[in-house]
Design a protein around this ligand. Sequence first.
Ligand SMILES: Nc1ncnc2c1ncn2[C@@H]1O[C@H](COP(=O)(O)OP(=O)(O)OP(=O)(O)O)[C@@H](O)[C@H]1O
Length: 280
Amino acid sequence: MNLKTENVAVPNKIEAKSIYFDYDGLEILNNINLTVKEGEFVVFMGPSGSGKSTFLRLLTGLAQPKQGEILVNNQSVAKSLPDSSVVFQDYSLFPWLTAEENIILALKQKLKKSKTKKELEQLAQGYLELVQLGHAIKKYPGEMSGGMRQRAAIARALSLGSDLMFMDEPFGALDPVTRINLQDLILQVNREQQRTIVFVTHDAEEAIFLADRIVMFTPGPPGKIAEIIDVPFPKTRNRKQLFESLEFIKFRDYVLSVMNRGVFEKLEESYEVRVGGEGI
Ligand SMILES: Nc1ncnc2c1ncn2[C@@H]1O[C@H](COP(=O)(O)OP(=O)(O)OP(=O)(O)O)[C@@H](O)[C@H]1O
């Protein structure tokens, strides 16, 4: 989606207003403000500990901010849990169910009792074929490779049918080829099914390839938003052409410089504290 070139007013999917969060008094998120449009692909980047996962958790409604408000589809997540699906790095599958059974369980949640067993099996097969796992429907997670498990987890998330997906470093543990295939799949889902995706990664190339906008967090705690960066490359992007272009290399350097700016400031702060304190 290219919000800049489209004249239509795209509705807000998520609005986070003045979000503060702490764990036992230690401030983790400080004054986070973010609006995500319907169908947008937003990527969170930032150093480890900057609060990206914590903020994602708040957006799902599974934890509540200490101050501020989060709206999904104009409804407060504090009042009703938003309809969303979540994919984590650790595959989000039930280990005692086969790939097919994992999907059927999700479908049952979504469709209640409106489908027969046969229909559910056919639907599950379709979702698993979408992620190239049609051959592995009877396999348990323990019998699959990491890449297969993550593909099954994505199929499960897709089968839940929500138009809002939260993905926390979902491809972090995968080999490069599987990672590229899954990046393409998730872009296809974003583009063709107009699902809004909020995605966390440490990888600048992945972020630039996937995102409409990159939300860069400062090193925490507390994490703040350092900058929200529009990705200037029109979609659909050709990976090879993009990665070989000078514009991409310059832009990646810029993204990394925004991240490093915060890291160096944090290091200087801690250095000043140590030099100024009694330890040195
Ligand atoms: N359950 C918890 N109890 C106390 N502190 C926590 C808890 N979960 C996270 N934290 C702290 O909150 C801060 C932010 O953690 P979070 O996992 O959100 O960061 P992140 O940016 O996602 O990091 P990473 O990139 O390493 O995944 C960290 O300092 C972390 O130690």
